[in-house]
Write a protein that binds this ligand. Sequence first.
Ligand code: ATP
Ligand code: MG
Length: 151
Amino acid sequence: EEVSLVPFITTIIEDFSLLNEANSVTIEWVAEEREMKVSFDAFLMTTVLLNILENAVKYGKDVVRISVNVIEDKQNYHISITDNGLGISPKEQERIFDKFYRVQTGNIHQVKGLGLGLYYAWQVIKAHQGELGVTSTLTEGTTFTITLPKR
Ligand code: ATP
Ligand code: MG
């Protein structure tokens, strides 16, 4: 379905912020005025964004800062979600999209999860002819970037 990207992301961030009211989570999101229409399954895309946001809190430090940005080029929209969390080593970055894969270090043992969130996110983005990328620095934080074709 045709979705207007900025209001779509704004709603998800508002809902996510309500869910995390009790925690120390700050989300920086500057909603642009420009209309950005894109075609995707809104339910599936919501689960993708919520898992990435949820991960930023689960694998974050005591004070979580997340920043969300959308930029566009000729062909694509790029949604990036940056956190100030534990980070992911280059070796682990290759595996986090694998089914059931979870990083076995530090305090992550105590954080529950199935290791399915990013696997499904990858599948959903692929099914929309998009790309899901990660860049990260250990102890500093991680950026996930969702690229979606405009048409
Ligand atoms: P689920 O999402 O199925 O509840 P999960 O969060 O463990 O479980 P994924 O979302 O697929 O699974 O993430 C896979 C692994 O990647 C996580 O277990 C964690 O080790 C690592 N990871 C994911 N996001 C981050 C992040 N923002 N910062 C640091 N590590 C991360
Ligand atoms: Mg997850």
